[in-house]
Write a protein that binds this ligand. Sequence first.
Ligand SMILES: CC(=O)N[C@H]1[C@@H](OP(=O)(O)OP(=O)(O)OC[C@H]2O[C@@H](n3ccc(=O)[nH]c3=O)[C@H](O)[C@@H]2O)O[C@H](CO)[C@@H](O)[C@@H]1O
Ligand SMILES: C=C(OP(=O)(O)O)C(=O)O
Length: 418
Amino acid sequence: MQKIIVTGGARLHGEVRISGAKNAVLPILCATLLADAPVRITNVPRLHDVLTTAKLLAGLGAGVVHEGDAMTVDPRSVNSHVAPYELVKTMRASVLVLGPLLAKFGDAEVSLPGGCAIGSRPVDLHIKGLQALGAEITVDRGFIHARSAGRLKGARHVFELVSVGATENVLMAAALADGTTVLENAAMEPEIVDLADCLNAMGAKISGAGTPRIVVEGVEKLGGCEHAVIADRIETGTFLVAAAMTGGRVTATHTRPDTLDAVLDKLREAGADIAIDGDRITLDMHGKRPRAVNLTTAPHPAFPTDMQAQFMALDCAADGVGVINETIFENRFMHVNELLRLGADIRVDGHTAVVRGAAKLSGAPVMATDLRASASLILAGLVAEGETTIDRIYHLDRGYENIEAKLSALGAGIRRVD
Ligand SMILES: CC(=O)N[C@H]1[C@@H](OP(=O)(O)OP(=O)(O)OC[C@H]2O[C@@H](n3ccc(=O)[nH]c3=O)[C@H](O)[C@@H]2O)O[C@H](CO)[C@@H](O)[C@@H]1O
Ligand SMILES: C=C(OP(=O)(O)O)C(=O)O
């Protein structure tokens, strides 16, 4: 099995090109099922999750052509409405074919995703939202069976909790429903806006994406379009934290600074100088050690849970004590035990971790447990003395395009071995 070996000590400097966002491209690829013509998506990152989604769409019968950073999906040949367990279990975002299949074909069978390392991650909010549009849904033998006799019906629906995936599933279904849908307490993540932009380019009538109230006037048909995926704010944040931890100076290019307010505020608090110029963010730490920061994860525009592990790595190597509250997922501290192996000082009490910056971290063999945990171990390895060997890096390949090549181009000591 492949591993990543990080040799600590290098100060990062240079430019890194940010890829398209994993969490935008996955729902957008699922949304292509709604169209009656081929849809061309560009700025598609090379990620394992993208390949899984392509496999899922091809398994439904869609034509999928992947050329460089573009993927064209032709949904006209779809002849199956079943998303099998084998694919859904490896990638929870597969559940996002539920809304499109239901709205387009009146029929969908999607395996329940089940839990994962970071929490139980139920899909009850997806189901309730689709039921509000008139779908008949049963859950049986591990599958969600959704049916609609005729078109779904537009409705007003209030989400009990803010859920990115549920907002996306119901938004996609509402695009082809009969009448107007109003979604209240919708997630406001930039990836929702990107999905709505793509749907609108296909001919949907969606307004309010990026606010808690999304209004969708259903249309009878959606057509083809070309859409470029938004930049990955989590990849951007990960590289900026790497720069901050190593006292370096790094410019993230082709990114979207306006999607990173909470993260950039925390980096400033840690002592970084941040300069924004169009789609470029430059972080300069002027060789200093970062100061520890406190943070609480919450839905956008607050601090993203997908950056929590990376900031915990920063706090481990920072000056002072940082208090981290995780409010989104019940088990998203899996990286703590691995960071402890590097010499970190972290106490966890429920959803709160108290991190005392250690004078020195030391390289050790560690194991990646989930995607962002893997990133946090690389970050800690960048400032640890000696070598950190990270096992189970398939988690990393789900969501970071060529992370070792990008870090290595910034001067990091990092390599992948078989
Ligand atoms: C592919 C993708 O975009 N993944 C992101 C998406 O995941 P995902 O869409 O799965 O996350 P949600 O926003 O749905 O989850 C938020 C919270 O709601 C709960 N919940 C969710 C759905 C539901 O039906 N019932 C329920 O109780 C979850 O268990 C969790 O505690 O948003 C998360 C929160 O920003 C990010 O960490 C993930 O990277
Ligand atoms: C939790 C994440 O992704 P997913 O929802 O695909 O598991 C993530 O991107 O950090």
